[in-house]
Design a protein around this ligand. Structure first.
Ligand SMILES: [Zn+2]
Length: 242
């Protein structure tokens, strides 16, 4: 006896090459498996799944796959509001916040530049990242599918785009973000919120041109780095939303 799997939307992008062009995957059931394990054996991490329908009714990741069942797998769709409970993820996040691994370091800095709370350190290993998402639930961003398949990861995104800016665009589109209201509110190096600082207090640390052309400054209380609204934020806005 067999079970039948149909991956919808852009999930086919994540299927292993041998399955990518198959609309309906029909497999003999040789061993007991949950639908989470079955989905991930085909390629896509569970983090990418928005709905699982078995013989016409929704089921969760622990559902045991049995012969004769037909599964329709649907991707998470935009705009994804992670602060609302859903059937597959009944405990929502308190707010949209990210954790990035070493495969998307450039994206992590761009997200901070755009003002999003994004934890990242280039030396963090898988065990460090999993410890963090357990203690402090966040959306894990990665290109490492095996990491996203770990059961500790509830919210995640397998980043498809190749370059940092395209990846930022991908994340903003997924979460339905159309403006950068919080740009330049976080330190690019340590993710700490920035605070306004009087120009007179930091005057001695500014380059002559910065001193002449800028009036509003912010300071990272954690690492003491100074920020001002330079052209990079405007440039990023133009590239993203033009
Ligand atoms: Zn800092």
């Amino acid at each position: 006896m067999q079970a039948c799997f149909c991956f919808h939307g852009d999930l086919s992008f994540l299927l292993r090459p041998r399955w990518r062009t198959t609309r309906q995957i029909v497999l003999p059931m040789t061993r007991a498996a949950s639908i989470k394990d079955a989905i991930e054996a085909f390629g896509p991490p569970h983090t990418e799944i928005g709905d699982i329908v078995c013989n016409g009714r929704p089921v969760d990741f622990s559902w045991p796959v049995q012969a004769g069942q037909q599964f329709d797998l649907y991707p998470v769709t935009s705009p994804w509001d992670v602060t609302r409970p859903s059937f597959l993820r009944p405990v929502p996040l308190p707010a949209l916040a990210f954790l990035a691994d070493g495969s998307v370091g450039r994206l992590a800095r761009l997200l901070r530049m755009a003002g999003f709370d994004t934890r990242y350190h280039p030396s963090w290993q898988a065990s460090d990242l999993l410890d963090i998402v357990i203690r402090e639930p966040r959306v894990l961003l990665s290109r490492n599918l095996d990491l996203l398949k770990r059961k500790q990861v509830i919210f995640g995104r397998a980043i498809r785009a190749e370059t940092g800016l395209a990846q930022l665009r991908e994340v903003l589109a997924l979460f339905g973000i159309t403006e950068l209201a919080q740009a330049l509110s976080r330190c690019l190096d340590c993710n700490a919120p920035l605070e306004p600082v009087e120009k007179t207090r930091i005057l001695h640390r500014l380059e002559p041109l910065t001193r002449r052309y800028f009036e509003a400054f912010r300071l990272c209380r954690s690492c003491d780095r100074i920020y001002w609204a330079g052209s990079h934020v405007d440039g990023m806005r133009r590239l993203l939303f033009a």
